[in-house]
Write a protein that binds this ligand. Structure first.
Ligand code: PMV
Length: 329
């Protein structure tokens, strides 16, 4: 076993925002995420370097002052790893120096922090299964997100497609066919917290409008699950377009998101919508084949939007994403 820990990125296909109010949502793991490589060191404590972020962390209590979130998250992860192994009667792990990197834009609604947490959790303990890794990565995520739903860590650890509803166990959805996705960045930073608060304010002012949208999204998500199970990409694309319309009605879409969705549809995408919190962030387009993917990526890049191609598929039990994530269509 190489011990290299890999993790999937995440795209919400349908249901964001409504999921906060008890509507189910559907997310998939994409074959671009994070990777963490452990090297043994002779004496502790374990160390983490996050390439690209210039962050170093050690599994020791900080002296005083500001400590980067990654350092606190790493300590929380190392601690839960020790506790869980001890509780199962497993031996102490030897210290390691971990070099990690994420292949996702941070803050883009693509589960970057969870992917990093999952990859590092795997590098610390390559013997743990995906469910256990997702649980441990939850301790890392808590540092970044306070009260995460757990969906990012679950998707990041196991890949595939999940159906989730607040307060209920995550359900895995059997994917009949892989989904071909183009993921683009609006170039506008957005905060999930701010966007969730803006929907809450709208709901306080216009409860009937929001409830109607949420109920609409509920039925779209239900149908999307059936479309994923049946391998009906055309149907799924239409449902994504309808979801985007309802999200615009909740004022979480922006000019850039709308422009990117139109460009994608004109280039032949089966459907396009914002993914995550909106207000900027990322857009996802479902495409029927690699040639259309090329056209969508080109149309976006011509307008200055950075983007990449990704596949979502049902991985073999326990499989991790490939070593070369983010491959060409
Ligand atoms: O941008 P992300 O990946 O944090 O997704 C936000 C999804 C919301 O439904 C808007 C918020 C949430 O907590 O579910």
């Amino acid at each position: 076993m190489s011990g290299v820990g890999r993790a999937w990125g995440k795209v919400i296909l349908l249901g964001e925002h409504a999921v906060v109010y008890g509507v189910p949502a559907i997310a998939v793991g994409i074959d671009r995420g994070a990777r963490a490589e452990p090297s043994p060191i002779s004496a502790g404590p374990s160390e983490l370097f996050v390439r690209g972020w210039g962050i170093e962390a050690k599994d020791v209590e900080a002296k005083a002052g500001d400590e980067p979130s990654v350092a606190r998250a790493f300590r929380a992860l190392a601690e839960i790893t020790r506790d869980r192994r001890r509780a199962r009667g497993e031996a102490e792990l030897s210290p390691v120096a971990i070099s990690a990197a994420a292949d996702l834009p941070p803050g883009g609604g693509l589960g970057c922090s969870a992917a990093l947490g999952v990859a590092v959790a795997r590098a610390l303990d390559p013997s743990a299964d995906s469910e256990e890794i997702a649980l441990r990565a939850g301790a890392w995520e808590q540092v970044f997100h306070g009260n995460p739903s757990g969906v990012d860590a679950a998707v990041s650890a196991a890949g595939g497609c999940v159906y989730f509803e607040r307060g209920k166990p995550i359900e895995r959805v059997a994917m009949r066919e892989p989904l071909l996705l183009c993921v683009g960045n609006t170039g506008v930073a957005s905060s999930t917290k701010t966007m969730v608060e803006s929907v809450a304010r709208l709901r306080a002012r216009r409860p009937e409008v929001c409830e109607k949208s949420f109920e609409g999204i509920r039925s779209l998500v239900r149908n999307a699950r059936l479309a994923v199970e049946a391998g009906d990409a055309v149907g799924l694309g239409r449902l994504m377009d309808l979801n985007q319309m309802l999200l615009s009605g909740l004022f979480v879409s922006t000019e850039e998101i709308e422009a990117m969705c139109s460009l994608a549809r004109s280039a032949g995408a089966l459907g396009a919508k914002l993914t995550g919190a909106g207000g900027g962030g990322s857009v996802v387009a479902l495409v029927p084949d690699p040639a259309v993917a090329e056209r969508v990526l080109f149309a976006w890049e011509k307008e200055g939007y950075s983007s990449f191609f990704a596949r979502a598929f049902a991985p073999a039990e326990g499989a991790q994403p490939s070593a070369t994530p983010g491959s060409a269509p």
